[in-house]
Design a protein around this ligand. Sequence first.
Ligand code: GLN
Length: 227
Amino acid sequence: MLTVAVVYPDVLSTYGDSGNALVLRARAQVRGIASTVIECRFGESLPHADIYLIGGGEDGPQRAACDYLRRDGSLGRRIDDGAHVLAVCAGFQILGASFEVGAGEIYQGLDLLPVVTTRGTQRSVGDLVVRVGSELLVGFENHGGVSTMSGGGALGEVVSGFGNDGRVDGASAPGVTATYAHGPVLALNPWLADEILARAVGYQLEPYASVADDLHLERCRALGALS
Ligand code: GLN
């Protein structure tokens, strides 16, 4: 049984990020993989899961969620044990070494990624397109943070939009996929949903073509990322 945990959907799920769980469940089901989704509300202990989904949020809820995840202390151990985390925007920033909120207040992150997030001079709002190997990732971004990663390991290169710093977006590390893209990102990018499922089950999945692929292509085309 594949277990997907949505982490604190009551405080971290801007732009419907919790919907990533529905996509994983549906795409697992068509491959005959039984799955269960656990919503872990703010204040509850993290359950044992194969995939953890951490979404975006405003600065206040982001700080509170970060505090609680630090106190819980189990996310890093779960990654070491083979779980995979998909983190979006605030979720991504929380996994880093530190992030800046409000007027110059530096907050300590969970230090699971070599990423420091400072405050940009203006918010990054709009469509984001990222090249990830041979794939394109599309989504919507809205954040004040600028993320700097030491030693490489971004998820992909920005085609249009801002991402981490105008050049690259997110992070790809053992046990972690992170991006600034909302959407929910897995609904807009079925290939990424399958990649995360494949990592969690430990084998390559049968291809599954659906209208989601057409919508993804259409979105890429509309954003000028495909000819
Ligand atoms: N509060 C963070 C920022 O503005 C994250 C925002 C978000 O998750 N959309 O940078």
